[in-house]
Design a protein around this ligand. Structure first.
Ligand SMILES: CC(=O)N[C@@H](CCC[C@H](N)C(=O)O)C(=O)O
Length: 373
């Protein structure tokens, strides 16, 4: 079995949430220390790592970013290397992303090219967002890439494919956390209470009108509530309810409108149900916008590879804090086909490991082509 498939399996067993990736960081450091160190420099940034491989005759710095965190999902794959961390899973493929990045680092640690290479192992992509503070950090500022790349696994495409497009690839995002505060009491005396199960339920229904009635139909948006919590027992009226969700839009303008509508709908709920509601917009990610020139060069390269099938993709409503890096640095992101019956963020996601070797080889060849070997 490919060495990096084993690494992926090791990492798959230890998923950790954003900014808690201590074991993951240690695993990555242990591996990186086994590589030739003569041209390599390492820095820790919180629970992440930045690796520089000094070029032979550098004229620029080429960057590669991988995310390293897992999700609060209980794995249901029954794989022999399933997560050992209860309620945590690499259900977004960051175990793939990391093992591929390690494969590419390994090649260049042994075979440096002319240009400098910087590999960023970034924490907290799923939330609360590591890319924005990392971009502002002195650690990355000292090694800022001139161009930067990243991939994300795509379960809907088979292994051996790469998909991307110029311009907008991923949506603008905003998290959404809402607490409703009312008055609890006996289930048999609703008239003496302010029932927050009912208030939150009405609100979830009203949220559905934002996409259908407020966002321009030629634009796109998503408002999803992924978690709803309320109450204590079946015969007590809940004095508190909490909704957790996310807003996605293809334009910053639609995001402004959707957020404003959430606020005004909430005011209506407070008035109708005589309760108080508190809204927290959590973290928001800037859209992933692929630099047209860099992406065109990448697509030409991908199309010329005989072991890769290139697919022109559409925009997706996924979010990625890599968007903050692309806001400052020319670069691009692409989808790596991993053909899984179950999609991203699913407890049964089971990506095809053949894609790991394909990706390592493809990215290595691309960097050699870019980096004046
Ligand atoms: C690629 C991917 O799945 N990314 C996540 C990013 C989540 C950002 C934030 N926690 C939010 O939900 O808004 C995604 O869910 O798209």
């Amino acid at each position: 079995m490919n060495h990096f498939v084993n690494i992926r399996r090791d990492l798959h067993q230890i998923p950790e949430l954003g900014f808690k990736e201590e074991k993951t960081q240690q695993y990555l450091l242990n591996y990186l220390h086994t590589l030739p160190q003569d041209r390599m420099e390492l820095k820790k940034w919180r629970t992440g790592i930045i690796v520089k491989i000094k070029g032979l005759n550098p004229s620029k710095t080429i960057g590669w970013r991988t995310d390293i965190d897992g999700l609060p999902i209980t794995e249901k794959t029954d794989l022999p290397f399933s997560s050992l961390h209860e309620g945590r899973m690499h259900a977004c493929g960051h175990d793939f992303h990391m093992s591929i990045a390690l494969g590419v680092v390994t090649y260049f640690a042994e075979n440096p090219i002319n240009d400098d290479l910087v590999f960023i192992f970034q924490p907290a992509e799923e939330g609360p967002g590591g890319a924005e503070p990392l971009m502002a950090s002195k650690e990355l500022k000292a090694w800022m890439p001139d161009e930067i790349y990243a991939l994300h696994i795509a379960p809907e495409h088979p292994a051996g494919t790469i998909a991307t497009k110029q311009g907008l690839l991923f949506a603008n995002t905003s998290e959404l956390f809402i607490d409703f505060k009312g008055k609890g009491g006996h289930a048999a005396y609703p008239h003496e209470t302010k029932d927050m199960v009912v208030a939150a339920s009405y609100f979830v229904t009203q949220l559905q009108s934002i996409v259908s009635r407020n966002v321009d139909p030629l634009d796109s948006a998503v408002v999803t509530i992924g978690k709803m919590t309320a109450g204590t027992v079946q015969n007590v009226i809940a004095d508190h309810a909490r909704l957790e969700g996310t807003i996605r839009t293809l334009s910053p303008e639609a995001m402004r409108k959707a957020k404003a509508r959430v606020q005004s709908l909430l005011k209506g709920i407070e008035a109708s149900f005589e309760c108080e509601a508190e809204i927290d917009n959590g973290s928001g990610y800037y859209q992933v916008f692929n630099d047209p020139e860099v992406t065109d060069r990448f697509i030409q390269f991908a199309k010329a590879q005989t072991d890769i099938q290139f697919i022109h993709s559409r925009e997706a409503m996924t979010g990625e804090d890599f968007g903050f890096m692309l806001k400052e640095i020319p670069g691009m992101m692409f989808w790596l086909g991993v053909g899984s019956e179950y999609g991203l963020h699913h407890a049964k996601l089971n990506p095809d490991e053949a894609a790991i070797e394909t990706a390592i080889s493809f990215i290595t060849r691309y960097f050699i082509a870019l980096g004046h070997k």
